[in-house]
Design a protein around this ligand. Structure first.
Ligand SMILES: NC(=O)c1ccc[n+]([C@@H]2O[C@H](COP(=O)([O-])OP(=O)(O)OC[C@H]3O[C@@H](n4cnc5c(N)ncnc54)[C@H](OP(=O)(O)O)[C@@H]3O)[C@@H](O)[C@H]2O)c1
Length: 246
């Protein structure tokens, strides 16, 4: 019997990352759960999932990124899948140019862009040895449309999309690199931004082809598809209920 694959999912104590951890576990993949702050939630999820391990660490810190990967490889002896899901935003109206200051840009880019890059560079040597390796970056529909929680956030996800293409070109054939671009997904992401959530939810329910907001499980299903899609690399898969066509 071949040994089961190992997946490291950043930011998986909550929301989309937690759903990805559950979905990959259901496929027999051993998962490594991570978060920077919500340690208890991460440990509880790991205790619930067979073969799972929790590793605290901030992806925007290079030493932490290296330690997260090293701990995963030490525990399981291999790494086959990296899901870069950890993300940060600030809710700033897109027309409020002054509020999107240097601090906001740095804060968001440090996690969404630099954090993703640091996890990839730490994981790449191990992924190259896997034989069936895959990276999935969690992007956003705001990467390609004039919408989103803030301008720095949308631009950071555009950077993630292009990083996905650049990495696919460099890491093939050993490692495939793809991204999922979710639309509005019901998670704790919107805690403290209930007005934004409610108005977006109303608009989406009334105007988009599938007439509902997304669930973390919708994104997890697309992530699993890309993990197994042996002839797909450098692609961004939209999971937004058809919002991009209206
Ligand atoms: N919800 C949506 O509508 C939506 C739409 C498009 C894209 N996305 C993307 O989906 C991803 C997950 O978001 P979500 O909606 O599931 O939000 P969430 O429930 O708030 O989850 C975010 C996760 O990231 C972790 N995290 C944040 N900063 C981190 C860091 N520096 N290092 C490690 N972990 C970190 C959080 O844990 P701690 O804070 O405790 O560390 C948490 O586990 C994000 O990349 C987001 O941009 C979400």
């Amino acid at each position: 019997m071949t040994e089961s694959r190992v997946a490291l999912i950043t930011g998986s104590s909550s929301g989309i990352g937690a759903a990805i951890a559950r979905r990959l576990t259901a496929e027999g993949i051993r998962v490594v759960i991570n978060s920077a702050r919500s340690e208890q939630a991460g440990r509880e999820l790991a205790a619930e999932l067979p073969g799972a391990l929790y590793v605290q660490g901030d992806v925007s810190d290079l030493a932490d990124a290296r330690r997260i990967v090293a701990t995963a490889v030490e525990a399981h002896g291999r790494l086959d899948i990296l899901v870069n899901n950890a993300g940060r935003t600030r809710f700033i109206p897109l027309d409020d140019l002054d509020a999107a200051d240097a601090d906001a840009w740095r804060d968001i880019f440090e996690v969404n862009v630099l954090g993703t890059w640091q996890m990839v560079t730490a994981a790449a040597p191990h992924l190259r040895k896997s034989g069936a390796a895959s990276i999935v970056n969690i992007s956003s529909v705001s990467a390609t449309r004039a919408l989103g929680s803030s301008v720095p956030y949308a631009v950071s996800k555009a950077a993630v999309n292009h990083m996905t293409r650049l990495l696919a070109a460099q890491l093939g054939p050993a490692v495939r690199v793809n991204a999922v671009a979710p639309g509005l997904i019901e998670t704790p992401w919107y805690d403290g931004a209930e007005e934004v959530w409610e108005s977006s939810r109303e608009w989406i329910t009334a105007n988009t082809p599938l007439r509902r907001v997304g669930t973390p499980e919708d994104v997890a299903e697309a992530t699993l598809y890309l993990v197994n899609a042996a002839y797909t690399t450098g692609d961004v898969l939209t999971v937004d209920g058809g919002r991009h066509v209206v």
